[in-house]
Design a binder for this molecule. Structure first.
Ligand code: NAP
Ligand code: SF4
Length: 677
């Protein structure tokens, strides 16, 4: 294929397989893996839609080879389960004979839910609930046998291969490091003993399934553990796996328990590919890289630089099921880019909810949320071009409705325009670019700087009116709230240079945290510059000490502003932030020495500060500004004044419900309405 992404479209021969291009849809747990026939049908549909676009290889979410390794209910250890897996493999192969599909075998070791959980030694994971059971040699050999049996079942279910996860703090990786491997038998002690389990699993699978079956092994290429694997050990492991018969080595970064972000929005794009490149230089089988590669130009650069043979993009395939087709056809402006928020994917997976995607609620709902051409074309007015209004307009127009979108400000995006200014949230630019392209493509008539009133729409004969007027910041109910030092978060973001050196933030929700991040941002750009990122989080990419982090000082610079982040609740600040990203925000602010106070009672605001009490102890915080981040109220001014009209109105997004609202809820609600209107 002649395309500017020359390297992406170069086929790769692996054994007897031809992988048609260098993009892999990487493993993402969907929550469907635990289900029965119906869920596997849905999974088949989800993968088939992506396979039909021509992606080279798909890897399923992780499935355990036995009860003791299960992270949830997903296990493949019975002949009787082959039929449901065939629903997936048949769907993919029918959609595209060239797309390969491998099942990920995930034995979660110390993170398993079963009381029978096992790991190299009985050492509890920092994020695990239970201490794993000590394994006799017999039990250990059973685990190896279960991996082999699972791969045999995968072959019978017509998978093209398996991916074995030997990283992230799951079962196999607990053998590789001293911290979790205290064994004194032939599976512990010296390094060759520590990696014996990995090579025996691969050798056993290869012997059993033959040469034509793909075996991918995810290797901990930088485990981010103090005292973790040295670079020499990682190379030795890679070479040993190659000799044991793996087809492809996939590089994985960090254990889930290590306090270094590797996939959040605050991680620069393609931050870890230099590590893959070094590993690639010492082994001969193809090597996969991953993490924060969300757009084709990034993937192409990685491949052109020779950093990797294949690029794994997992979440980007959730965010846009047609991403590969758009890459092929040079329609990158139409890509709905993964913003690495984790809010509807990994946060849901960790909460044992079905996953989807914040920017694409159709992900994993391919059988029940469809945007089919309408048979009843309507003329629809949409009031407000924030996330809900944009999602509705784009989808309704794509179905054939005539959509007119009115926005009071001079740009589309609503609160996304504020979010994109927060350091580490730059990806929101992409979402606005996506909507901007799609509004044009689908023929939405956009009116900017147009604050419409119901009377403006009276004689236009709209069939439906969508009220997506969003929210306005909640004002404070504290004496002195009208003092000049008090401003809303919106005004603060817009006038950040005018904010003083000592600042109090009232409210510690997502916006309070975002404000603190923005106000404490120094001269470095850790979310876009890999060196600054490494410095902030204590990673040494050049010398790769043990774990990539041993002995490296994290150097997050202290905030130049003195910032107080306050809340009334007595729970730890930021506890309600996303499960997989909240800790990074909390840690980032702690490193910058932001003062986080809980259990605060607000007494009075003065000209130069605020009187509060905590545990009945009064104190006065002198400051230059008090920024109100106390949540939002629905903006229903249009709706209320149109109440007596004949409009068929629909409230969506923040205008419908501001409490607990975020873009995930707003986009989902608007998309569901647009699908049926
Ligand atoms: P929020 O999460 O509801 O937080 C509002 C904060 O204000 C709370 O800490 C609350 O804590 C305090 N508060 C509420 N009423 C108050 C009052 N009358 N006086 C003083 N304090 C008051 O709202 P938000 O921060 O504006 O966020 C809005 C939505 O966007 C949320 O759903 C949030 O999850 C989402 N968002 C998410 C992220 C993210 O990183 N995932 C980032 C930004 C926004 P106390 O009642 O304890 O004082
Ligand atoms: Fe990406 Fe967020 Fe969607 Fe997950 S929910 S796929 S991180 S955009």
């Amino acid at each position: 294929m002649k395309n500017k992404y020359r390297h992406i479209f170069e086929p790769l021969i692996v054994g007897n397989h031809i992988i048609k291009n260098r993009i892999i849809m990487g493993s993402m747990h969907t929550g469907l893996e635990e289900g029965g026939q119906d869920d596997f049908s849905r999974m088949g549909e989800y993968f088939a839609e992506r396979a039909s676009t021509g992606v080279g290889l798909i890897i399923t979410g992780g499935i355990s080879p036995n009860e003791e390794g299960a992270l949830d209910g997903a296990i493949f250890n019975q002949q009787s389960q082959i039929a449901r897996h065939k629903l997936v493999t048949d769907a993919v192969h029918n959609a595209n004979v060239d797309t390969k599909i491998c099942m990920q075998i995930l034995h979660s070791g110390p993170l398993a839910i079963s009381k029978e959980l096992v790991a190299a030694s009985p050492v509890r994971s920092r994020i695990g609930r239970l201490v794993p059971n000590e394994m006799s040699l017999e039990v250990l050999r059973k685990q190896i046998g279960d991996f082999i049996k699972c791969a045999e079942l995968c072959k019978k279910a017509n998978y093209d291969g398996v991916e074995i996860i030997g990283s992230a703090g799951y079962f196999i990786s607990t053998f590789f490091v001293n911290k979790t491997n205290l064994r004194t038998d032939e599976y512990g002690g010296c390094f060759p003993n520590k990696i014996r389990i990995a090579t025996e699993i691969v050798e056993g699978i290869r012997k059993s399934v033959g040469e034509d079956f793909l075996i991918i092994f995810r290797i901990p290429a930088m485990d981010m553990l103090e005292g973790g694997m040295s670079w020499e050990e990682i190379c030795t492991l890679g070479q040993a796996l190659e000799n044991s018969g793996v087809s492809i080595v996939s590089t994985h970064f960090s254990w889930h328990e290590s306090p270094v972000p590797t996939i959040a929005t605050m991680v620069p794009r393609a931050a870890f590919t230099s590590v893959t490149k070094r590993l690639k230089s010492v082994i001969n089988v193809p090597v996969i890289t991953s993490n924060r590669i969300n757009m084709p130009d990034v993937a192409e650069t990685v491949l052109a630089n020779g950093d990797a043979d294949l690029v794994s993009m997992a979440r980007p395939f959730l965010a846009d099921g047609k991403i590969f087709e758009k890459i092929k056809e040079g329609r990158e402006d139409e890509i709905n880019t993964c913003i690495a928020c984790n809010q509807a994917c990994l946060d849901h997976a960790f909460d044992k909810k079905e996953i989807s995607c914040l920017v694409n609620p159709r992900a994993c709902n391919e059988t029940n949320l469809n945007y089919l051409p309408t048979t009843n074309k309507k003329t629809i007015a949409v009031i407000g071009a924030g996330p809900a209004g944009l999602a509705f307009s784009e989808i309704a127009a794509s179905r054939g409705h005539h959509v007119e979108l009115f926005e009071a400000s001079d740009q589309i995006g609503g609160q996304f325009n504020l979010a994109k200014q927060i350091p580490g949230k730059e990806e929101f630019h992409e979402t606005i670019r996506y909507f901007s392209t799609m509004l044009k493509k689908n023929g939405v008539k956009l009116y900017l700087n147009k604050k419409v009133q119901p009377i403006d729409l009276m004689d236009k004969n709209y069939d439906e009116v969508i009220v997506s007027t969003g929210v306005y910041p909640r004002s404070l109910d504290i004496p002195g709230s009208d003092e000049d030092i008090v401003i809303s978060y919106i005004d603060a973001i817009r006038n950040i240079d005018k904010i003083g050196k000592k600042v109090v933030l009232i409210g510690a929700g997502g916006i309070g945290f975002d404000m603190a991040e923005l106000l404490s941002h120094g001269k470095k750009n850790p979310s876009t510059n890999i060196d600054d990122f490494a410095e902030q989080w204590g990673i040494d990419f050049t010398n790769h000490p043990r774990g990539g982090v041993t002995g490296v000082m994290a150097k997050a610079s202290k905030s130049e502003r003195e910032i107080y982040l306050l809340q009334r609740k007595v729970t730890p600040l930021g506890i309600a932030l996303g499960k997989t990203t909240g800790w990074t925000h909390r840690l980032s602010l702690r490193k910058k020495e932001i003062k986080m106070l809980k259990g605060v009672t607000y007494k009075k605001i003065a000209k130069n500060g605020i009187y509060i009490s905590i545990n009945d102890e009064d104190q006065f915080i002198e400051c230059d500004n008090i920024i109100v981040c106390a949540g939002q109220e629905p903006d229903r001014s249009f709706f209320n004044s149109a109440n007596n009209t004949e409009f068929r109105m629909h409230l969506v997004g923040g205008a419908y419900e501001a409490r607990e609202l975020d873009a995930k809820v707003a986009i989902k609600q608007a998309s569901q309405l647009a699908a049926v209107i």
